[in-house]
Design a protein around this ligand. Structure first.
Ligand code: PHE
Length: 363
């Protein structure tokens, strides 16, 4: 019997050491230790032996089993090491090769414009905040004084996400934010006044034509303190637009408007001239609409735990693509989202040349 076991051991050891990849090693393991394997068969034969014989033979088979398992493990470790060495030698990089010329990427005009806005508002003392693209009804509508059923909700062409959870109805549904005013709410709820912040990012509305895309970018600003008024709002917009378009004496005009979250509300235009078919930003004979603004509605302040008897201030919002189109002469909004590399090479910016107010934002 002992003789027999050592023969089996030699045979199995040979099969194992002959396995030169993981697949044949697995086959060797099955031959030895699998359900119908040689060692398993030996174990099965124990049942027919008398107790004394079974004890001795059982111990010997167990030892054999352990030895074979150890051999398999050793072979496996060797094969893995060998595979790794082969891979490493194949994947080496010859660092002595001369560098091949690479094409440098370009910064997208939206990113460039947002970087410019951050640098301008940063130098004006604004803090930058951000919020999620997927929002709830409270932050996108209710806190901004659009109660359930308010007709202004319909103007937003909202993308709703499928309902999850047990709660049903409009108020429980998640949505893609339709404006970045959501971030103003999050900003105020998390802090104590005074506030002086900007936020920017993607917003979503179900709309598509020459001047509308289902996703676009907004920048919004919020200033709340004890004696902030519309004069500050106008001055702030003037300073910012002059810095952004690099035009002195840029006139700003405000027209009455309506937003649920501001009272009074105003749309603002900047001066331009359109003489002889040439469009120029600055003092001139014409106006171009830029964005919405107003004094933050008392209900909004209340929703955010700010006492409207003590604090007041303004908010404004603009489209980032619109700013980029006007500054860099990009005619069609839709091209911003088409990912055409030729367009990006034409309108994009040098990644190494980042906007800052010391060297001037780019113009
Ligand atoms: N959130 C508004 C919109 O998207 C823009 C806005 C912001 C208007 C702040 C006024 C004040 O329509």
């Amino acid at each position: 019997m002992t003789q027999n076991l050592s023969t089996i051991k030699d045979e199995l050891a040979q099969v194992i050491s002959a396995a030169n990849d993981l697949k044949s090693l697995e086959e060797a393991r099955i031959t030895a230790l699998g359900k119908k394997g040689r060692i398993t068969d030996l174990m099965k034969s124990l049942g027919g032996m008398d107790p004394e014989e079974r004890k001795n033979f059982g111990a010997a088979v167990n030892m054999l089993k352990d030895d074979i398992a150890a051999l398999i493990e050793k072979q496996e470790a060797g094969l893995k090491k060998q595979a790794m060495a082969e891979r490493l030698s194949k994947e080496t990089i010859d660092v002595t090769l001369p560098a091949r010329p690479i094409t440098k990427g370009a910064i997208h005009p939206v990113t460039q414009t947002m970087d410019e806005l951050i640098s301008i508002f940063g130098s004006m003392g604004f803090e930058l905040d951000e919020g999620p693209d997927i929002e709830d009804d409270f932050h996108n509508f209710t806190a901004l004084n659009f109660p359930l059923g308010h007709p202004a909700r319909e103007m937003h062409d909202t993308f709703y996400l499928p309902e999850d959870g047990d709660e049903k109805g409009e108020a429980a549904k998640k949505l893609l934010r339709t404006h970045t005013s959501t971030v103003q709410i999050r900003h105020m709820l998390g802090r104590k006044p005074p506030f002086k912040m900007i936020c920017m990012g993607r917003v979503y509305r179900s709309d598509y034509d020459m001047t509308h895309t289902p996703v676009f970018h907004q920048i919004e600003g919020l200033v709340i303190d004890k004696a902030i008024n519309m004069g500050h709002l106008k001055g702030c917009l003037m300073d910012f637009l002059q810095a952004f378009f690099e035009v002195d004496n840029l006139p700003i005009r405000m027209r009455p408007s309506f937003f649920p979250f501001t009272e009074p509300s105003a749309e603002f235009d900047m001066g331009c001239s359109r003489k002889n078919g040439e469009f120029k930003i600055g003092q001139g004979d014409s106006w171009i609409e830029m964005g919405g603004s107003g004094m933050v509605h008392q209900n909004v302040l209340k929703h955010c735990g700010v006492d409207p008897n003590e604090y007041q201030g303004f908010a404004f919002g603009l489209g980032v693509e619109r700013l980029a189109m006007l500054k860099y002469g990009i005619p069609d909004l839709r091209t911003f989202f088409e990912s055409d590399v030729r367009w990006l090479n034409h309108y994009g910016f040098d990644p190494l040349d980042r906007p800052n107010r010391a060297t001037g934002v780019k113009g």
